[in-house]
Design a protein around this ligand. Structure first.
Ligand SMILES: CC1(C)CN(C2CCCC2)C(=O)N1c1ccccc1/C=C/C(=O)NO
Ligand SMILES: [Zn+2]
Length: 368
């Protein structure tokens, strides 16, 4: 990738705001400082994010939700206000003081990245602190308060007729799928763990979209233990089929890293190399591409993964040795960039994966 054509959305304020999210202590700093320590910033156009305005957020979210969310965030009120519950606030989506400003900062960063692509300023735009794919129009969900992914796609749709969304997170990208389930202008494609009782519970292969959007939602349900080879294989098959059928003009990828070996979700057994092969397929299409983060709860592995993917975009090869920097101690005991796959068995049987692929190919025939 011609380096100046890569936009990296960052400011120290933005990282500090993202770091403040207690559930992911310092993850934003760890990601940025590892990218910086590997000397990758000089290959990118670094741009400070703008804050999303109320109107920006209202492009997707309801006024009722936004004003309630802003109120409880300002008051720092514990969210057992009766209406908080109906808006998904509390429990999985705790209301820390200033959480609204955090959500507006992340949404603004994803919009800043999307605007760079929409205006032709860059070919690839990165916001690793974005990717909060569960948030609904009027409800927070799964630790996602504002759906920055939907806002980014809507921004790209101002310029591009057809946008392909690809969700590589362990969890089904339900909020994004819901937002675009009735339209053929956006294909949502999600690879995720689908298992009884596993959050959010949606994303079965039979979910294909509704009305004029029927067959434009694609779900690839997977089981525990899948490793790079099988994952890349099914991704490659589905991605190529979707690209040649839908012919997207722009692509948005959510690279939630909770699929990695060593993640506390303890579900898939991927490594950054496997996700990198999936990214290479998308980059090979040479279409305006927005890359976002998402889940990822082994903080050092998440930083390793998104740094590795950033280097892939820049055609830079990284040394295995983690460079000295503030968070170096977090990368023990090996202090290397590579993530070693675990030895858990793969519960995905090949015949079932072939069946999943066959059904998706069949559905694609109905895509006009
Ligand atoms: C609260 C966090 C987000 C963290 N977490 C674990 C990770 C390791 C220790 C806690 C969860 O299971 N979470 C959730 C709780 C309820 C509903 C959803 C999620 C995660 C969603 C997700 O990752 N989407 O892509
Ligand atoms: Zn996730």
């Amino acid at each position: 990738m011609a380096s100046s054509r890569v936009l990296y959305v960052h400011s120290d304020d933005y990282v500090r705001t993202c770091d403040s999210m207690a559930r992911l202590p310092h993850r934003a700093s760890m990601v940025h400082l590892l990218i910086k320590a590997y000397g990758l910033l000089k290959f990118m156009r670094v741009i400070a994010p703008r804050m999303a305005s109320h109107d920006d957020l209202a492009a997707f979210h309801s006024d009722a939700y936004l004003s309630h969310f802003e109120l409880v965030s300002r008051e720092g009120e514990d969210a057992d206000l009766p209406e908080s519950q109906q808006y998904g606030l509390g429990y999985d989506c705790p209301v820390m003081e200033g959480v609204f400003e955090y959500a507006a900062a992340v949404a603004g960063a994803t919009l800043t990245a999307a605007e760079g692509l929409r205006n032709g300023v860059c070919d690839v735009a990165l916001n690793w602190a974005g990717g909060w794919h569960h948030a609904k129009k009027d409800e927070a969900s799964g630790f996602c308060y504002v759906n920055d992914v939907v806002l980014g796609i809507l921004k790209l749709r101002e310029q591009f007729q057809r946008v392909l969304y690809i969700d590589f997170d362990l969890h089904h990208g339900d909020g994004v799928e819901d937002a675009f389930s009735f339209t053929p202008k956006v294909v949502t494609l999600s690879f995720h763990k689908f298992s009884p009782g596993f959050f959010p519970g949606t994303g079965d292969i039979a979910e294909v979209g509704l009305g004029r959007g029927r067959f434009y939602s694609i779900n690839v349900p997977l089981s525990d233990g899948i490793a790079d080879e099988k994952y890349v294989d099914i991704c490659h098959s589905v991605l190529q089929a979707v690209n040649t059928t839908f012919l997207p003009e722009a692509v948005v990828c959510q690279f939630g890293a909770d699929t990695l070996a060593g993640d506390p979700m303890c579900s898939f057994n991927l490594t950054p190399k496997g996700l990198g092969q999936c990214l290479q397929i998308v980059l090979g299409w040479q279409k305006p591409t927005l890359l976002l983060g998402g889940g990822g709860y082994h903080l050092a592995n998440t930083a390793r993964c998104w740094t590795y993917l950033t280097a892939l975009v820049l055609d830079q090869v990284l040394a295995s040795e983690i460079p000295e920097h503030q968070f170096f101690p977090e990368y023990g005991p090996d202090y290397v960039l590579e993530v070693t796959p675990g030895c858990r068995s793969d519960t995905n049987n090949p015949a079932h994966l072939d069946q999943v692929l066959a059904e998706i190919r069949e559905n694609l025939k109905h895509m006009a």
